[in-house]
Structure formats: structure tokens, C-alpha cells
Write a protein that binds this ligand. Sequence first.
Ligand SMILES: Cc1cc2nc3c(=O)[nH]c(=O)nc-3n(C[C@H](O)[C@H](O)[C@H](O)COP(=O)(O)O)c2cc1C
Length: 299
Amino acid sequence: MKLACAATVRRSTRSRPCPGAWSTSASGIPFVLSTASNATIEEVAERAGGELWFQLYVVQRSLADTLVQRALAAGYTTLVLTVDVTVNGKRKRDLRNGFSMPLRYTPGVIADVLAHPRWLLATLANGMPQMRNVQSAAAGDMAAQAALIQRAMDASFDWDDLARLRASWPHRLLVKGILSVEDAQRCMACGVDGVVLSNHGGRQLESLCAPVEVLPQVADAVNGTVLLDSGVRSGLDVIKSVALGADAVLLGRAVLYGLAAAGEQGAVEAIRMIKSDIDRCLALLGCPDIAGLDRGFIR
Ligand SMILES: Cc1cc2nc3c(=O)[nH]c(=O)nc-3n(C[C@H](O)[C@H](O)[C@H](O)COP(=O)(O)O)c2cc1C
């Protein structure tokens, strides 16, 4: 199957330490573990199985080096460097709802917690989710965790650093958060294997274009892997992305909604629904193989 690997699932208080990774492994698609995950790189590798990718935020150089080496040692096959979170986006809904990290117990948050007794019990049993990769790093735990929570990345990370990262990672390296042909080409010139067209699910900067709008131009300009995420919710979205030039898509909330509603099985079910939707759409298009999709199918 040409599609989908789940995007960076971060938080869950369910008993299994890595339910998102377990569900993608059970579904036969790769899983991308976030730097900010609540299970460590090693725990996920040991317990989830399946093909694992690691998403890197460069909060501090030394921490980033350590995380990359840990992902390498643990058998992760792809490194995904996210570059569209330089600072925190202004998330108005979070502000309105009083949601912040670390959690502040406003009356609204307390009411919300009380309305979700199953979540409350699981959290009491397992503790509040922690950014365990950073916690367990050798140096600078507290400062790194605080910077990660505030999404305060190392702003000095530049193209030369990308080339250095390339040299330190022997497997596939993708840059995530690209929305222009120029940036995609510059990434490729640094030796990376491809790009992920993404506006971070619309969670960082208002009014950005949708990645699908720049997909055809980037796919034409780049001799490498082109993935896409942000707003993929159905098999038809996958089909349109592949027809316009994506090699595969990443799924974020489509899987997270299933996970939130019904745990691991909910995530598995969400992926199953998208897969069966792809098959149905291909049949209706009269295209027996997803590899046969091209722009001729799009008007
Ligand atoms: C709850 C949540 C947490 C996320 N955390 C990260 C993260 O830690 N690192 C990252 O690169 N992207 C993160 N993202 C963005 C996703 O990787 C992805 O770009 C986005 O969710 C895709 O859009 P979609 O949710 O519409 O599929 C997060 C998204 C959500 C919804």
C-alpha cells in the first residue's frame, strides 16, 4: 500500500505505553514518534514493533544529537526533521479554553476533567503524561523540557546544520513543514531524501496555503520523496494527494480521533476505514492500482 503513516502521536494515558505505535504496527503502516512523546524512543521500539520513524525537534543541539543517536541505535528507519515550529503558534481556541502546557487547573479544565472519568482514572493510575524522551536525556532536562513545552526551538539551526544532520544519519532523512518549491529544492541540495509538505495541520500559522496547493509544483521540481499531511481525513483525500504527486501521506488527527474515542482499537479502526475508502475510490475510478494514479484523474 502506498499511503499512510500516522503522524506524531504524543499523549495517551492508556495502559499500553505506546498505543498509537501499536495500532499502526497492527495496521501494517509506519509510525512517526514525536520528540515530545510520552514514551521513550526505546520503549516504543521494544514494545510496539512495526516500522518506526523518529520526528526531531531541534530544541538544543546536544539534545538533538543524543536523540538522533538513540533513534539510530533503537532501529528507527527514517528521521523526520520538523522545521515549521520555530515558536509557538497563537492557538486562540487553547487560549479561550484555558488550555496550556503544563496543564493549569482552571475551573474550565477541572470541569472538563471531571466530565471524563475514564481519562481521570487512567491518569491517576499512570500519572500525568511527561515528555519522556527529554526527561531521560542525560543533560539539561528541565531547560529542554520547558523549551519544548513552549515550542522554543533553536533558532540558529540553519542549512549548514541540516547538511551536518544529513551526515550523521545514515538512513532516510525527510524535512517536514515545507510549503514552497524553493525550500524543497534547498533541502534536497543539502542531501536529504525528501520533504513532507505540511502546514502542521493548520496549528501554527493562520492563512498558510494547504500543502495540496503546492504539491504538483513541488513533485515536479523535486527528485526525491514527497509526502504530504494536514487535513487528510479520508481515502479520497489520499487518492487526490497521490494523484497530484505525493508518494504517500501522513495521518494525524484522523487516527488520533479514533485513538481518543476508543483507544488502540479505535486507531486501528480509523486506519481500516481509510484503507477501505481508498479501495472503494480506486474501484469507482476504474484504477485497479494506486500506483496507476496520475493527474489525469484530477480535473
Ligand atoms: C495533538 C497533535 C500533536 C502534534 N505534535 C507534533 C509534534 O510533536 N511534532 C510534529 O512535527 N508535529 C506534530 N503535530 C503535527 C502533525 O505531525 C501533523 O503535521 C498534523 O497533525 C497533520 O495534520 P492532520 O492532523 O490534519 O492530519 C501534532 C499534531 C497534533 C494534532
